[in-house]
Design a protein around this ligand. Structure first.
Ligand SMILES: *[C@@H]1O[C@H](CO)[C@@H](O)[C@H](O)[C@H]1NC(C)=O
Ligand SMILES: *[C@@H]1O[C@H](CO)[C@@H](O)[C@H](O)[C@H]1NC(C)=O
Ligand SMILES: *[C@@H]1O[C@H](CO)[C@@H](O)[C@H](O)[C@H]1NC(C)=O
Ligand SMILES: *[C@@H]1O[C@H](CO)[C@@H](O)[C@H](O)[C@H]1NC(C)=O
Ligand SMILES: [Zn+2]
Length: 414
């Protein structure tokens, strides 16, 4: 204590010097950081370089890709014979839109891989075929662990992206695959399925499909199915359904919905696209419309280009707001793709076009992935809020099913 008293003056000078030096260092750090941050938030000025820089730093999630169906069609689902590291355009021709090197070039960060079974299989082997598609998807994710990472929640999607992997989710394209069974739907959820498109191009006993516009939308069973989807945390996908089904579903759901691969009907009057009044309802619901690139849904004919896809995106933004638009390319599910958006390697070109249209970074980030992640979190929250609700055990009546290929219930005889 004495010694410090004696050296008080010396000490004070020392602290002043330390203070000045410390102040200079702190100032330098602050200036350095802010210069660094400004540089980061300004990014490259060339539109294409800037698009790539944005997608390298922010997740791009596509709502719909049919690679699993392509593997079925081209390789009879024998995944052992398929190498996704190959240039699959050389192996399968230009009809192939997806392989690992093109996914990397396209800077894709997350994908809902579509689980698809044709409508002809309804009432017959649709459930088995759906299980086989789920098997293919789970297996190709597992086969390339440095490329893909299986994900079922928004948090897992973001975690995969931070590790530089493509977050890989499963979406089921068509209600005919659950064969009107809520129990089957619950088991598909357990297998990782996170969205159900209520119909494909065929009605189910409880929902009508796109183009079937003059009949009912959802039956009472269909509405209870929506409730059960809300309870289990399955996203409701309204691509492929009739407008009446869209309306009934939006009236019934508590959770935000998605369109996994549909564009704007005002730009191309196809029944696969979303009318303006429904776009506004999706906005109110907090949902997202992920724009399909298929030529026939973009230009309504066989030729289309990137500019026209950007027009659909701009239209949805203008009609329903920036929080309502996303990307759902439908790659490998279509036979024609627009000039400029030929395959999964081309996403940055689309973002470059939107940059040239003066889209802000924040708007591009929402389009790329922020909007669908918000929908996923909204669905997860509703699931939590319904955790104590009973499981819905309703069944479709036999008279509403095609019983040709069924035996119905039999007593065990052993
Ligand atoms: C595939 O696409 C390329 C580039 O667009 C084109 O040059 C080629 O002719 C196409 N091949 C076939 C078989 O269509
Ligand atoms: C895309 O197609 C539209 C309609 O044919 C045309 O007006 C437009 O110039 C095309 N864009 C490009 C970049 O070729
Ligand atoms: C983008 O902004 C610039 C500068 O404000 C303006 O000159 C240009 O016309 C805008 N382009 C579009 C497509 O809005
Ligand atoms: C029921 O299914 C069988 C076998 O798929 C088919 O031949 C028949 O046309 C179907 N009947 C109805 C009414 O859809
Ligand atoms: Zn489809």
């Amino acid at each position: 204590m004495h010694e410090s008293f004696v050296g008080e003056n010396k000490n004070r000078r020392k602290w002043i010097i330390i203070g000045i030096v410390g102040g200079i260092v702190a100032l330098a750090i602050i200036i350095g950081l802010s210069v660094g941050l400004t540089r980061k938030s300004s990014g490259p000025s060339d539109a294409f370089e800037r698009a790539k820089w944005i997608l390298e730093n922010n997740i791009l999630i596509d709502g719909h890709n049919d690679l699993a169906w392509r593997i079925l069609a081209k390789a009879k689902s024998k995944l052992n014979n398929v190498n996704l590291n190959d240039d699959l355009k050389k192996v399968w021709g230009n009809i192939s839109h997806t392989d690992i090197s093109r996914l990397k070039e396209g800077l894709l960060g997350g994908q809902f891989w579509a689980l698809y079974v044709g409508c002809k299989q309804q009432y017959r082997d649709a459930v088995r075929a759906a299980l086989e598609q789920a098997d293919i998807i789970r297996r190709f994710i597992a086969k390339y662990p440095n490329v893909f990472e299986y994900a079922t929640t928004a948090d897992q999607v973001e975690e995969a992206f931070t590790k530089g992997k493509i977050a890989s989710l499963i979406g089921m394209e068509g209600g005919h695959m659950i064969d009107s069974s809520l129990a089957a739907l619950r088991m598909f959820y357990e297998l990782g399925v996170r969205y159900l498109t209520l119909t494909h191009n065929c009605a189910t006993p409880w929902a009508t499909e796109n183009g079937n516009e003059n009949s009912f939308g959802l039956t009472d069973f269909g509405k209870r199915l929506i409730k059960e989807m809300n309870r289990m945390g399955m996203i409701l996908d309204l691509s492929h359904v009739s407008v009446n089904t869209m309306k009934d579903a939006l009236d019934t759901t508590k959770a935000p919905v998605m369109y996994s691969h549909s564009s704007a009907r005002a730009k191309c009057d196809s029944f696969r696209n979303v009318p303006d009044d429904i776009l506004r309802r999706v906005k109110d619901n907090g949902g997202v419309v992920m724009v399909n690139f298929y030529n026939r849904f973009i230009s309504c004919n066989s030729k289309a280009n990137l500019t026209q896809v950007a027009d659909h995106i701009d239209h949805i933004k203008q009609t329903a707001g920036i929080d309502t638009v996303g990307i759902g390319g439908d790659y490998d599910g279509v036979d024609l793709t627009p000039i400029g958006l030929e395959d999964v390697s081309t996403y940055p070109k689309l973002f470059a076009e939107l940059i040239r249209r003066n889209w802000s970074d924040e708007d591009l980030i929402k389009l790329a992935g922020k909007n669908i992640l918000r929908v996923m979190r909204g669905v997860e929250k509703i699931k939590e809020s319904m955790a104590n609700d009973p499981v819905i055990e309703d069944q479709v009546e036999e008279k509403d099913l095609n019983m040709t290929c069924r035996t119905g219930f039999e007593e065990a005889i052993s």
